[in-house]
Design a protein around this ligand. Sequence first.
Ligand code: LLP
Length: 431
Amino acid sequence: MLYDYLTTNEEGRLVIGGVDVKDLAEEYGTPLYVLSEDRIRENCRKYTAAMAKYFPEGSFPLYAGKALCFKGIYPVIDDEGMGADVVSPGEIFTALAAGFPAEKLFFHGTNKTDSEIEYALDCGIGCFVIDNMNELAALDKAAGEKGMKQKALLRLTVGIDPHTFKAVQTGMIDSQFGIPIQTGQAEGFLKAALDAENIEVAGFHSHIGSQIMDSYQFCDQADILLEFAADMKEKYGYTAEYFNIGGGFGVRYTEKDPTVDIEGNISDIAEHLAAGCEKAGLPVPKVLMEPGRSIVADAGVTIYEAGGIKTVEGYREYVTIDGGMTDNPRFALYGSEYTVLNASRADAPADFECTVAGRCCESGDRIAEDIMIARPERGDLIAVLGTGAYNYAMSMNYNRVPRPAMVMLSGGKARLVVRRQTFEDLISCEL
Ligand code: LLP
């Protein structure tokens, strides 16, 4: 199986973290998001341990909640000693409602409105990641009015193509995220930030992209940040305490994806950074990372029930499921590949070629095309693996499909962490 917490039982069914899918489906219904808490914790530990081992003291990972944000994740993240990256007041609210400490939150976003800035300041947010000059001025003013000095990082773009698909490249020069170094604008950004009385500039942030499998893109990023940092030290005497190098490590969605060696990559980056700092005559900064996908993606499995199974003669076989783009829009948006299996017949040969389609009135509503699974019958459970990241977070109510429930598995036991939306929920904001 793609992930080691997946097995099959004597009845030939898929077992997730020690729990039979049939029991999960019977107790909680389908579609159902299933999340292995044990796997999330393992993933967190890869970062906390490697960052503590290879980076200077005070370096730590922040969980990028955009990958999967719901109250139940934050106690786990907190317990694992991580901070969190929040990208909206909605994420701040969720984290705080779960008891996550505000001082461990880093507030991102390309357009923080005045009221959002005020909200975050009132919450006592640990650190802002300032995206642009207007935001810098607005934050300086708002913090000044409250008699506060706000800690912040400056979001810079380093102009790297991380060789990943275009929709998730956020570090390129022509980008709406942050201020570019190559155009010379980052210098003015830093200068203005240093002049801002109510802002304490803690360092630089840059995020180069997502689903990255190697360390070399991060080493390139470190080189560009270091060159800029050395220049700024010389010109303004400013030394960055932190480099936040963003998120982006990839995960295995299918057998053909490599396994990303988190510890090995972190060790490479640390070595490269330390050598670069020595050359530039700079102290090695504390490092922050913002993993999202690599914390939660491979901890998630979605369980659906197969409905219509039809042959379009001369073309293909379709298996329709009781969810689809409404709970996982990633195939519709990016053509993302997943491992799909017939969870009711997990040990039967995968000899049936089919396209798995969702339930929406939308021809793009598919989860996978032309894949091999064991031939299903109506009522069989279909499992899609690797759905922990950017699924629930990007889910929607198109066609008035209620969002699924989510259960978290720990030590072979399931607990409900998000209840299924009801029809009443669907109309709850409508007057
Ligand atoms: N930090 C920043 C500033 C980011 O923009 C992102 C992701 C992350 C951290 C986390 O990156 P990760 O470790 O998850 O790769 N919806 C797309 C992914 C968009 C990622 C956007 N930014 C998808 O479903 O693949």
